[in-house]
Design a protein around this ligand. Structure first.
Ligand code: PMP
Length: 291
């Protein structure tokens, strides 16, 4: 495995950054998780654009232009020799002093790791996940906007701790109004009477790239989609429910807080979208250069 740090490639054991990096000291930085399918980078531009938007929002100047960064990312994938992979693209604030002022930091560190990923066990895609709602609320958009994909994931980690300790894989997080926002690492959708629903961005969610693609795919097959205010009640009475994310792709949900969703099996709309999404991942993407 060859890891990219600011234009240089290192073996895993030698890929190191400073302990004074504010990415480590304060979680000050941004990142993306991106998939490679069939030797093509899926939704490459969308991920890069979100990275630059997250960086802009926290006044972090990425020292490369989007085209250069894309080229370096593709080269890192090429070196990995993996046709199916997960890319972790990280930009930290860089090395600074012991104080939070980001303007004391030097050059931001760009790190690219290309590895394999299996987020959920394959059984969950056939049988569905059980979820619980957790007490940890999603970050207030007015405090730390969930649209910023920052290195500070403690809010999500606290939710994940609750889920794992309750024996489930994922946590449903509510916002400060008690409305459904998203899961610790995935967006959430519900289907009722043919209508596909997901919490609107204003509920305090990351604008997931998979979420956007699923909305597009559903509309393309004539399914009505609404981004709206959702309560736990809307989830409990749903016919189907599923989660979306780059790592998760589309994973069905069959139980929430002890309530069985629909008939307790992944439903037809979910299965149809899973098939469409899978097909798209094989077809689309930015090709990784050949040697
Ligand atoms: N919400 C959160 C909190 C996430 O961390 C992620 C990414 N893992 C998602 C939603 C899904 O976003 P995407 O589809 O862009 O991967």
């Amino acid at each position: 495995m060859q890891i990219y740090i600011n234009g240089e490639y290192f073996d895993k054991e030698d890929a190191k950054i400073s302990v004074f990096d504010h990415g480590l000291l304060y979680g000050d930085g941004v990142f993306e998780g991106i998939r490679v399918y069939n030797r093509k980078v899926f939704k490459c531009r969308e991920h890069l654009e979100r990275l630059y938007e997250s960086a802009k929002s926290i006044d972090l100047k990425i020292p490369l232009g989007i085209e250069e960064l894309e080229a370096d990312m593709l080269e890192t994938v090429r070196r990995s020799e993996l046709d199916e992979a997960y890319i972790r693209l990280v930009v930290t604030r860089g090395e600074g002093c012991l104080g939070i002022n980001p303007y004391t930091c030097g050059i931001p560190q760009i790190i690219i790791i290309v590895d394999k990923i299996a987020l959920y066990h394959p059984d969950f895609y056939k049988k569905g996940l059980s979820l619980i709602t957790v007490a940890t609320q999603r970050n207030l958009p007015e405090a730390v906007n969930p649209r910023i994909k920052s290195l500070n994931y403690l809010n999500n980690i606290l939710a994940k701790i609750e889920a794992v300790n309750a024996g489930v894989e994922e946590a449903i997080m509510l916002n400060s109004f008690g409305l459904v926002s998203e899961c610790a690492g995935d967006n959430i959708f519900a289907i009722r009477k043919g209508l596909l629903m997901t919490p609107s961005i204003s509920m305090g969610v990351l604008e997931g790239i998979t979420r956007n693609e699923v909305i597009r795919l559903a509309r393309a097959k004539g399914i009505e989609v609404r981004q709206l205010v959702m309560t736990r009640h809307d989830l409990f009475i749903a016919d189907e429910c599923f989660l979306t994310g780059t790592g998760a792709e589309i994973v069905p949900v069959i139980k929430i807080d002890g309530r069985t969703i629909g008939d307790g099996k992944p439903g037809p709309v979910t299965r149809g979208l899973m098939e469409d999404y899978h097909r798209l991942t094989r077809e689309e993407g930015t090709p990784v250069p050949r040697d």
